[in-house]
Design a protein around this ligand. Sequence first.
Ligand code: FES
Length: 148
Amino acid sequence: MFKSLLSVGEVARRAGVAVSALHFYERKGLIQSIRTNGNQRRYERSVLRRVAVIQVAQSVGMTLEEIGQALAGLPADKAPSTEDWERMSAYWHDALNARIGQLERLRDGLSSCIGCGCLSTETCPLRNPGDRIGRSGRTGAQFLTNAS
Ligand code: FES
């Protein structure tokens, strides 16, 4: 019954990842195994492509949660198809663009702080971006004692 399935060691060797990484991915629900009568893990061959997708997504900065959300829509026993990959990579492309936009805004805010060091709650764009503190209604000592 388990003859065509791969052991955890075979998957690790073929995918180029540590056995502990496979166990971790499984705990996070990114991959699934079947257990033998002796409680050993066995994997469908399609897990190799899933692991490749996980590795590529991690290499471009996707979190395991984001990867898990993308993989959740796919059958666990089927390798992601070209169409699946197209959909996932398009979503991750947009997520990366959003992240790049956030980093650019942080970088631009930091420019006015270079050489300053005031960290003012009124004027520093990093300390109080978009006047977050003013909008919260907390000011002065109230802000300092309730800051979270
Ligand atoms: S540290 Fe002074 S404006 Fe940010």
